[in-house]
Design a protein around this ligand. Structure first.
Ligand code: NAD
Length: 338
């Protein structure tokens, strides 16, 4: 595998590839000679870059392994994790080399054959050339809504997304001291993005941004087609390996405590690959389900990228791939047993 774009998502996907016994990492595409490039070198990753960046990389003590073209040619598949819009610019390069490519959430759905979530439509990406792993928020919603739909049926979904202002390293982002309706117009674009994966789902979303960096937070209302008990819903969700239902009484008062849990675990970069669902929040009023969930935006799309690779290359079926990915990553936090 090649990973082009070695930032928040790319560095995590590259590491995840190296944990999978059925994948090898050819190298990573990196354009700027910064501390992140140095960290990639220290991990033993070959760095590929356009010709124009080679002199800068050499000046910082990094010998490029070749051009980005060479990376694309050598890899069976490229995961493009460049910023939104750059993936579309890179698409012709992948096409010239007939290298299948996975793009990320900020690219447009029209760029790809399939917008992908491993739990919702794994088989749809089988054998296609271009897939988009949907955004962190959309991934979190697809993972939650697919088992609810399969088990109870869904009539209507309404979600308010309280989004982090920026990732921890993005000091130029905001807001610093405000709550932003974002976008101000309602419904937000998040519902239509979920529909790129689950086209028949009736979903309305509202978006906000707040001055935190660590997680997104969703207030979810789903009108189901049946009226289960809260305990039944909870058991259904707890049975999904990428949904972590937090036990009651252990002091999980908010996203800060969830991040602290991740810090206390042995996970790389404090990553939380699962949706975090507060068990106490799961409530039913007739057919109306309510719950709170949090999403670690830097991490939750990483297992989905790994599964998208297997689906596109036709390696195995969805359940097997998800299991392999989860096992290799070490998806269970130590505190999860109830
Ligand atoms: P990022 O800015 O952290 O990383 C992008 C990297 O690509 C940077 O290292 C940048 O230098 C590099 N780059 C820029 N142009 C390049 C080029 N032409 N060739 C090679 N490398 C180039 O961005 P990110 O947060 O990792 O986001 C990448 C994609 O993942 C976006 O589509 C984004 O929407 C999506 N995504 C981001 C998050 C998140 O929370 N950060 C979550 C889910 C999905």
């Amino acid at each position: 595998m090649g990973v082009n774009g070695y930032g928040t998502i790319g560095k995590r996907v590259a590491d995840a590839v190296t944990t999978q016994s059925d994948m090898d990492l050819v190298g990573v595409g990196k354009t700027s000679p910064d501390f992140v490039a140095e960290q990639a070198r220290l991990r033993g990753y070959d760095l590929y870059a356009p010709d124009r960046s080679h002199a800068d990389l050499r000046a910082s003590g990094i010998e490029p392994a070749g051009t980005t073209e060479a990376l694309v040619e050598a890899a069976d598949l490229v995961v493009d994790a460049t910023p939104g819009g750059i993936g579309a610019e890179n698409a012709p390069l992948y096409g010239r080399h007939e290298t299948p490519a996975i793009f990320q959430g900020a690219e447009d759905d029209s760029l790809v054959d399939v917008s992908f979530n491993a739990r919702s439509n794994y088989e749809a990406a089988n054998g296609v050339d271009r897939t988009r792993v949907v955004s962190c928020n959309t991934t979190g919603l697809c993972r939650l809504l697919t088992p609810l739909s399969e088990t109870f049926g869904i009539e209507k979904v309404r979600v308010t997304l309280v989004r982090r202002g920026g990732d921890p390293a993005q000091s130029s982002r905001g807001p610093i001291d405000a709550v932003l309706p974002d976008p101000i117009s309602i419904p937000s674009h998040h519902g239509p993005d979920v529909q790129t994966v689950l086209p028949d789902l009736d979903i309305d979303t509202m978006g906000t941004k707040v001055p935190t960096t660590h997680m997104h937070f969703h207030a979810v209302n789903v009108t189901l087609e049946s009226a289960p008990t809260a305990a039944t819903v909870r058991d259904t969700l707890a049975g999904e390996p990428r949904l972590l239902v937090l036990p009651e009484g252990l002091g999980f008062t908010g996203t800060g405590t969830v991040v602290e849990l991740a810090r206390d675990s042995t996970r790389p970069r404090n990553d939380i690959w699962e949706n975090i669902i507060w068990g106490e929040s799961i409530a039913l009023n007739g057919t109306d389900l309510y719950l709170f969930q949090a999403i670690h935006q830097e991490a939750n799309v990483v297992p989905e990228n790994i599964d998208a690779i297997r689906s596109m290359l036709g390696v195995t079926d969805g359940p097997t791939s998800r299991h392999r990915t989860n096992e290799a990553l070490g998806l269970e936090l130590p505190v999860t047993t109830e």
